[in-house]
Design a protein around this ligand. Structure first.
Ligand code: ADP
Ligand code: ASP
Ligand code: MG
Length: 464
């Protein structure tokens, strides 16, 4: 059994779904389970619709929903021709439900967390239906599986966590069952449900994570992540056009990259795969003949010291200073308790005798956090920052790396530095407006022509 996950661009229109069908068809002998994201911009539009509706703008919300159904139905027309009305009729209740929910949210000017998840989940419920019918129309014995019947999660709406044991039992029945009957299950990523049946979502970009969870639950021999680039690269090709594809990465390297902003993989994707030793391959759905990147647990990295450079924008730093800290055991515990109480994860930490700085990528509760922290210390909250992170399994073996890094970015103001305990990454904080320049300078330093003679430059494929 293998899991094949197709991201938003890989199901964005009729042509993309045709390519998907070709890829799945070639894998039929391996027993594929197909996991799909919502089509194209759907989830962004659903998020925008909710924000219009909560502002009381029902018209604006319905415009977003109209764009979703227009693009979806255009793809359906393209794929099914004369049979399109039958598929459109299956989708009609889903679109009608979205319209009713948006109207209700506009009346209330607010949306409860569970209703929000239910709304956002519709994108994957629609795409899985379209893809299943498209595969069937091509003669692939596909069956559409509702993700809410398989992925069991807690009730942490917006960022639900899987209950692996319960999911395993459901996956055996609803995914492995059809595969053993030579059918191809097609299931939406990103979406799950609580044991009580309330719809949940895993957080943006979560379809990769769904695919890995299903892979782990099924003991799949491989998880394939089909996307719009040739694999994991030495940097985001949108920032560094000459970035190169990496043939292999260790799962630990890939996890650090994902965590620090390489959005080609959701940060939690590799944990279930590592646990079960399942290889993950990142592949380009527009160029399926390319080998992609193979990610293996514990695999040795390549020869380079730095394998890839990631960055994450929208970071807030919280700087806490107090002269009392020196004398106060338990201060750090009290400090981190505050972040925990407000359910906010801290990424980077640096300390001195009198101050602690942390970075947050989710700053939605930073006002409350600040109020609490101000009871114990002086607090500065600075938005508009970014983290740059260099990753490489071999960083731990080389001296002089830090000197090369900071020489390469000597014209950039570096605000905070940390080396992960794994010594697999070096990260630092810069102002958001400096981040692209920092990444380009570093890429030139570590992957410039002189550093990698003969390397193939690989641009993004297809439309951007
Ligand atoms: P999907 O919709 O298939 O899940 P995403 O947009 O989430 O695709 O992820 C693919 C994008 O990730 C690429 O288009 C690329 O711009 C970006 N990206 C960021 N860092 C990297 C990296 N190191 N290697 C490859 N792609 C990267
Ligand atoms: N559709 C969801 C999102 O856009 C999940 C995913 O595509 O991975 O965030
Ligand atoms: Mg993604």
């Amino acid at each position: 059994m293998i899991v094949q996950k197709f991201g938003g661009t890989s199901v964005e229109d009729g042509a993309a779904i045709e390519r998907l069908a070709g890829i799945v068809q070639r894998a039929v002998g391996e027993g594929p389970v197909v996991v799909v994201s919502a089509m194209g911009k759907t989830t962004d539009r659903l998020v925008a619709a909710l924000s219009r509706a909560t502002a009381g703008d029902e018209g604006g919300a319905l415009e977003q929903l109209a764009a979703v159904s227009r693009d979806t139905l255009a793809a359906v027309d393209e794929i099914f021709g004369a049979a399109a009305p039958a598929v459109a009729a299956e989708l009609a209740p889903l679109f009608a439900g979205l319209g009713r929910m948006a109207a209700a949210v506009a009346v209330l000017s607010s949306v409860p967390a569970d209703a929000r998840d239910h709304f956002l989940a519709q994108g994957e419920l629609v795409s899985s239906l379209v893809v299943a019918r498209a595969l069937a129309a091509r003669g692939v014995p596909a069956v559409r599986v509702d993700a809410r019947d398989v992925l069991v999660t807690d009730a942490h709406f917006g960022r639900a966590q899987p209950d692996v044991r319960a999911t395993e039992a459901a996956a055996r029945e609803r995914l492995a069952g059809p595969v053993s009957r030579r059918q191809v299950p097609v299931i939406g990523g990103f979406v799950g449900a609580t044991a009580g049946g309330q719809t949940t979502v895993l957080g943006r970009g979560g379809s990769d994570y769904s695919a890995a969870i299903f892979g782990a639950c099924l003991g799949a021999s491989r998880v394939e992540i089909w996307t719009d680039v040739d694999g994991m690269m030495t940097a985001d090709p949108r920032i560094v056009p000459e970035a190169r594809v990496l043939d292999r990465l260790s799962a630990e390297e890939a996890s650090e990259l994902a965590y620090f902003g390489a959005r080609v993989l959701h940060p939690l994707t590799l944990a279930p795969a590592i646990e079960k030793g399942i290889p993950v391959r990142v592949l380009n759905a527009r160029r399926p003949e390319r080998p992609g990147t193979e990610i293996l647990s514990g695999a040795p990295g390549g020869g380079e010291d730095v394998r890839s450079i990631a960055c994450k924008r929208g970071i807030v730093t919280v700087e806490v200073s107090t002269s009392r800290m020196l004398m106060a055991p338990g201060f750090l515990r009290a400090l981190f308790d505050v972040f925990a109480r407000f359910d906010t994860a801290v990424d980077m930490i640096s300390t001195s005798e009198v101050s602690v700085s942390v970075t947050l990528d989710d700053s939605s509760r930073v006002a409350e956090i600040r109020r609490e922290l101000e009871q114990m210390a002086r607090v500065d909250v600075v938005p508009g920052r970014a983290i740059v992170c260099l990753v490489g399994e071999n960083l731990k073996f080389t001296s002089g790396i830090a000197a090369r890094i900071f020489r390469a970015v000597e014209d950039v103001n570096v605000l905070m530095i940390s080396q992960g305990a794994s010594r697999r990454n070096v990260s630092f904080v810069v102002a958001e407006e400096d981040v692209e320049r920092a990444v380009r300078h570093l890429h030139r330093e570590f992957f410039g022509e002189a550093a990698a003679p003969g390397a193939v430059s690989t641009a993004r494929a297809g439309r951007v």
